[in-house]
Design a protein around this ligand. Structure first.
Ligand SMILES: Nc1ncnc2c1ncn2[C@@H]1O[C@H](COP(=O)(O)OP(=O)(O)O)[C@@H](O)[C@H]1O
Ligand SMILES: [Mg+2]
Length: 213
């Protein structure tokens, strides 16, 4: 059985023939914890790569494209559903925008697309609201960091743990401070009233999956 090293950066490259190459860059200092019984498959490799990423907080730019979409409340459902349907384990979606911008509205539509019945509550007070199968078909943790005041409080939330087999939807990602995920899909909502504008910074890892042009 393969066991992940205790520290370093795992880079996994998938090839069209379904093989992949694994490399560890041991120059990276960041460590990660993983169960010794962790089984290696394509999905878990992706999660490990995200969890142990040494680019975290380094400010290094990851190639991405920017997409700007004006949308109404009715269209929010469709936009959220399209992004929600494309989610994979290991994905982080950052939802930025002022109070009332429409972050929870989009997150709700994503959760609905993953099978959640009824309206997801806003996680403002719970901070982390996890959903798991069978109520959804992909584990998703809906997070609202509005009430986080110190970066230290983030450690207790253990957000990385959700990425082993699920996705994170994070409102108020500004509270992450220097923490972050370079591969995150960053959605910023501006405007007010009936005119909202979604700006998506789509990372390279989302390139072919991004559903809105
Ligand atoms: N595209 C939109 N156009 C008009 N109103 C919207 C749009 N998206 C959301 N809203 C409305 O804005 C209000 C705040 O939305 P919410 O998602 O709770 O904001 P946030 O989570 O950013 O604080 C809600 O009443 C919601 O229905
Ligand atoms: Mg909200």
């Amino acid at each position: 059985m393969w066991r992940p090293p205790r520290s370093g950066f795992l880079s996994a490259t998938s090839h069209p023939d379904d093989s992949f190459k694994m490399e560890w860059d041991l120059s990276a200092q960041e460590s990660f914890s993983a169960s010794p019984r962790f089984r290696v498959n394509k999905k878990s490799l992706r999660a490990l790569r995200l969890c142990a990423n040494p680019l975290r907080g380094s400010g290094l730019a990851i190639p991405h494209m920017n997409v700007t979409i004006p949308y109404t409340l009715a269209e929010a459902e469709r936009i959220g559903a399209a992004i929600g349907a494309a989610l994979m384990p290991g994905d982080v979606v950052l939802l930025s925008g002022d109070l009332g911008a429409g972050k929870t509205t989009l997150a709700r539509a994503m959760l609905k697309a993953r099978g959640l019945a009824g309206e997801a509550p806003s996680p403002t007070f719970a901070i982390v609201q996890p959903y798991a199968p069978p109520e959804v078909d992909l584990a998703v943790a809906h997070v609202d960091l509005y009430r986080i005041e110190e970066e230290d409080e983030l450690i207790e939330l253990g957000l990385d743990d959700y990425l082993y087999d699920g996705a994170l939807l994070i409102e108020w990602p500004e509270r992450l401070g220097t923490q972050g995920w370079p591969d995150a899909l960053s959605l910023t909502i501006s405007g007010s009233g009936g005119t909202r504008i979604l700006t998506a910074a789509v990372p390279a890892s989302w390139g072919s999956r991004w559903p809105l042009r």
